[in-house]
Write a protein that binds this ligand. Structure first.
Ligand SMILES: Nc1ncnc2c1ncn2[C@@H]1O[C@H](COP(=O)(O)OP(=O)(O)OP(=O)(O)O)[C@@H](O)[C@H]1O
Length: 357
């Protein structure tokens, strides 16, 4: 699938002027509130007609303002999942799902319905009225309804934003399965670093109605150079890791990440499983000598490669650790105490529980 978008649109004082192309998998639209993500999704869904530009899917014109060609929303076969599920409250879960199927041509077969129900773990909910579901359950049903419309493109506009952290954590694995087990390309709007780290194949950074950068989640979400849309607390490094075949202890997980070996808090992981880890800069300590008697399992040797001031009295120290770049945020007092200089060997200490797959 190739989605080719180039649109310009004015909404009072705000102007959107964006061009990008997206392939299969999950493409995240990441940016601060008010940057124009929802407006872009609304253009793609057919809820706003852009002032100028084109949208094409696999070469087929969806919108082309120059030739005044517009495919009506119901013929686009794009499904949308919003922040709040927008289920029909008077219908059961099963009836809501079948409503999605009504839009698919040819209609989804029973086997497909069972597959979607299994994928999202909603079999026990089928007979329930939607009014009796939790927020997380409602979102899973909304996703199921969207899938059963057999969309060519799934537009997800902050689908987890209305949920608390526990419900978000409950749904994220289902979204990973959706990415890995269906071939439906997804545009995923979010300003959550956690969600984008875990889900996105590619990230488009949007600021003030413009595309400012695009690339892999690791490149887009890692310091130095990551977007201003990432909060100070969340800033850090995103790295790809693979679970190693031999685990030293069932309570922890050993992974290879670039040239590093790291330990994570123990959850069920299969050898060979790929993970994306986010290491917040504020969760890394630095030591000039290898520390002993620490509870941290991850003590990594590296070389200091740079320093950049970060707010008042704090410094981001960049390290090269066996070819992997990490950033540690420390106070200027600590930097002075350690007399850090470029090229100096250092040890980065990361708490096992701080590694957040
Ligand atoms: N119908 C409208 N008329 C005028 N201005 C609008 C309209 N809709 C949106 N805007 C403005 O356009 C800008 C972009 O809004 P949009 O909802 O696309 O941003 P967003 O990145 O999705 O934000 P959020 O993450 O808060 O949902 C905002 O400044 C908003 O106030």
């Amino acid at each position: 699938m190739t989605l080719d978008v180039s649109v310009r649109h004015r909404l009072d004082a705000f102007s959107l002027d964006i061009a990008f192309s997206a392939e299969g998998g999950i493409t995240a639209l990441f940016g601060r509130s008010g940057s124009g993500k929802t407006s872009l999704i609304r253009i793609l869904a057919g809820l706003i007609r852009p002032d100028e530009g084109h949208v094409r899917l696999d070469g087929e014109t969806i919108i082309d303002t120059a030739s005044k060609a517009v495919t009506p929303p119901h013929r686009r076969r794009f499904a949308t999942v919003f922040q709040e599920g927008r289920l029909f409250p008077h219908l059961s879960v099963r009836q809501n799902l079948l409503y999605g199927r009504w839009f698919s041509r040819p209609p989804a077969e029973t086997g497909e319905i069972e597959r979607v129900v299994g994928l999202l773990g909603i079999a026990p909910l089928l007979a329930r009225p939607t009014a009796h579901l939790s927020g997380g359950e409602k979102q899973r049903v909304a996703i199921g309804r969207a899938l059963l419309a057999r969309p060519r493109l799934l537009l997800m506009d902050e689908p987890l934003a209305a949920l608390d952290d526990a419900r978000k954590a409950e749904i994220l694995p289902y979204l990973e399965r959706l990415r890995d087990e269906t071939a439906i390309p997804i545009l995923y709007v979010s300003h959550s670093v956690t969600e984008v780290t875990q889900l996105a194949d590619r990230v488009l950074m949007i600021e003030n109605g413009r595309l400012t950068a695009s690339g892999t989640a690791s490149d887009m979400l890692s310091l130095p150079g990551s977007s201003a849309a990432i909060s100070r607390r969340e800033a850090g490094t995103v790295i790809e890791a693979t679970v190693l075949p031999h685990q030293p202890d069932p309570r922890i997980v050993k992974v290879a990440a670039g040239g590093l070996t790291l330990f994570l808090a123990g959850t069920a992981r299969q050898p060979g499983q790929r993970l994306r880890l986010r290491i917040a800069a504020r969760d890394i300590l630095l030591a000039t000598k290898r520390p002993e008697g620490l509870s941290a399992l991850n003590i990594i040797e590296g070389v200091m490669t740079g320093m950049a001031p970060c707010g008042q009295d704090q410094i981001d120290v960049t390290l090269d650790c066996a070819g992997t770049r990490l950033t540690a945020r420390i106070t200027t007092v600590s930097a002075d105490m350690l007399a850090l200089t470029s090229g100096m060997p250092v040890h980065a200490v990361i708490k096992t529980v701080a590694l957040d797959p």
